[in-house]
Design a protein around this ligand. Structure first.
Ligand SMILES: [Fe+2]
Ligand SMILES: [Fe+2]
Length: 281
């Protein structure tokens, strides 16, 4: 059988518009005439978001030696683009925080996603990638397609989880059989409609199979590796009972020493708890 992913996403879009502040911020930074004061005014429209931005800026994720006590300082230090992505990520998590708990434990789901986001950011930093926040966002949203399935077709979601357990199979494989598409496909479709950057969309689309990515393999490779590390450490859960198979080609393409993994895990242990505290509140 096959359901229509496009139609399901269109339904989600009707109820889940991207938060105005996040949209305004990302539009504003495209205009070279926008000042830091303009950006501060936009963030300050949402006081909960402004507080969150300050907490994240002061967390172990950034590790700045001095306290960042104003939004304009956070904007200067973190950078426009990176802050825009952080705001977007926090807004999306807030949007999907309160969905019914009968199919998935949302706290565990976001813990899994936050761990993948944090590990992806650390891996990207180890590779000296520019704009490491992009990887954080992609990690945070990599399994968002599961939420779409849980919300829009809950009957199938339960069937997928049960079949996965019975057959010892990963959810994305069962999803393909039951729905005709998997959570990576439908998640990427939603992010594309939300006009997120192309590399974030493709990192999400190919996170289970980075080596078949038609374009850049680094983004999907980083998210895939971060996902495997997170499963192995059992930080949170997005509904799967098994650790996904590690794609060696993706790891090779990252061109990182194996020894670096212990340092990645060490940093993840510290930063994961901080990120959970600040993002989930
Ligand atoms: Fe996944
Ligand atoms: Fe995942």
């Amino acid at each position: 059988m096959g359901l229509d992913a496009e139609r399901i996403v269109t339904k989600v879009l009707k109820v889940a518009a991207l938060p105005a502040v996040a949209m305004k911020f990302s539009e504003a930074i495209k205009d070279p005439l926008t000042s830091n004061q303009d950006l501060e005014n936009i963030v300050s429209e949402d006081s909960a978001l402004a507080a969150k931005v300050l907490m994240i800026a002061n967390s172990a994720l950034f590790n700045f030696p001095s306290k960042i006590d104003t939004i304009s300082k956070a904007i200067t230090i973190i950078g426009h683009k990176q802050l825009s992505e952080l705001i977007l990520s926090c807004s999306i998590v807030a949007m999907f925080k309160d969905i019914p708990q009968d199919v998935v434990d949302m706290e565990q789901f976001w813990r899994h996603s936050i761990s993948v986001a944090t590990a992806a950011r650390i891996l990207a930093a180890s590779r000296h990638e520019q704009n490491i926040e992009k990887y954080f966002t992609a990690g945070l949203l990599h399994d968002i397609g599961k939420l779409i399935i849980f919300i829009e077709v809950p009957k199938y979601a339960l069937e997928i989880i049960n079949q996965g357990k019975e057959k010892n199979e990963l959810m994305y494989k069962v999803e393909k059989e039951v729905l005709g598409f998997d959570h990576a496909n439908i998640g990427a479709l939603l992010l594309k409609k939300w006009k997120l950057p192309e590399n974030i969309v493709s990192s999400v689309y190919y996170h289970h199979m980075p080596s078949v990515s038609s374009g850049d393999i680094i983004g999907p490779g980083i998210i895939h590796t971060a996902d495997v590390i997170t499963h192995a450490l059992q930080f949170g859960s997005s509904g799967d009972y098994f650790v996904p198979e590690f794609n060696e080609k993706a790891w090779e393409s990252l061109d990182l020493d194996v020894e670096i993994l212990s340092s990645v895990i060490e940093q993840l242990n510290v930063q994961y708890n901080e990120a959970v505290k600040y993002i989930l509140g």
